[in-house]
Design a protein around this ligand. Structure first.
Ligand SMILES: Nc1ncnc2c1ncn2[C@@H]1O[C@H](COP(=O)(O)OP(=O)(O)OP(=O)(O)O)[C@@H](O)[C@H]1O
Length: 289
């Protein structure tokens, strides 16, 4: 169990007038994440997702609050916790001139794995993501999707129990994205707890058992995607307004939605199921993307 209590991060910065100011990136976050969940932090750019992940993975210190992995507090047990967690950063950060194998060895050495352990784990992991035949190629020669798969399995070298992925499919095309989703599901099936951030609605819906929706540093909703959608209403009618913009209304049942759509005098009417974007708009009045 991962437990966040009253977690807060404030960044000092200089404002436009050159005066010292404070940005509250994460405000009073309370969360519990169980073992073997796929848990998603969903929210628009600037919501505080990356800052939360950086605090959970001890890359930055919270301004206030506590983080506990079972009964281990991050403030006093950094070394033990680092052995439990794996981190997949948002940006690809390999040494691109080194080979695939060399990059994996480097990571294993940082985790004090001996050569024999490293060799057998690298074999296993590269087979897992179908990159075994690229072991001696430079990372630079891999495609974007291959680099992303390698980035993920590199974080699995030391057999972490919890894997954090910050925007795992950002800027990937839909086919490659689906392949990464399959890999995440496979790791979850093999017993790894997954915590990921995303601003892609369909990614959160496709993967996560529960999502925490964040906005401006605050947690605004927490539940399974299905429950979140049921809470706001499962059926949506969309239409063109006279000024060319789209409008929509959410309904709890299909019949009422259909009656409403049938009576509408507007063009381009669409009936559909609600999604997490609708949940976000209902709660905040603005869009995730
Ligand atoms: N080092 C920093 N100094 C000052 N402000 C920062 C710093 N890092 C982040 N912020 C600010 O904190 C807020 C939260 O940023 P964060 O990167 O955590 O959001 P995010 O939800 O992960 O967004 P993105 O998807 O764009 O990474 C933003 O307003 C951001 O500008």
């Amino acid at each position: 169990m991962l437990c966040l209590s009253s977690l807060k991060k404030v960044y000092p910065y200089k404002n436009a007038a050159g005066k010292q100011a404070e940005k509250i990136a994460v405000a009073d976050l309370n969360l519990k994440i169980a073992n073997n969940e796929i848990f998603g932090l969903l929210g628009p750019n600037g919501a505080g997702k990356t800052t939360t992940i950086r605090m959970l993975t001890m890359l930055t210190q919270p301004t206030a609050g506590t983080i506990c992995y079972d009964n281990l507090n991050t403030a006093a047990n950094a070394k033990k916790i680092k052995a439990l967690i794996g981190v997949v950063p948002q940006h690809i950060n390999f040494d691109q001139d080194l080979t695939v194998g060399e990059n994996m060895h480097l990571h294993g050495r940082l985790h004090h794995m001996n050569k024999q352990e490293r060799v057998s784990r690298i074999d296993e992991l590269l087979a897992y993501v179908e990159l075994s035949d690229r072991i001696n190629d430079s990372v630079r020669s891999l495609s974007g999707g291959m680099k992303r798969r390698l980035l993920i399995v590199r974080a699995l070298m030391h057999k972490p129990q919890i894997l954090f992925l910050d925007e795992p499919t950002v800027a990937l095309d839909p086919q490659v994205r689906r392949r990464i989703w399959d890999l995440i599901r496979k790791m979850h099936h093999d017993g790894v707890t997954i915590v990921l951030t995303t601003h892609y609605i369909e990614e959160a819906e496709a993967l996560c058992g529960r999502v925490a929706i964040m906005n401006k540093g605050k947690l605004i909703a927490l539940d399974s995607p299905t429950n979140l959608k049921e809470k706001i209403g499962k059926y949506v009618v969309e239409w063109d307004k006279d000024n060319g913009e789209r409008d929509f209304k959410i309904f709890p049942d299909r019949e009422t939605a259909q009656k409403f759509a049938a009576a509408l005098q507007q063009g381009n009417i669409l009936r559909r199921h609600s999604n997490l974007e609708d949940v976000f708009v209902e709660l905040t009045g603005r869009k995730v993307n």
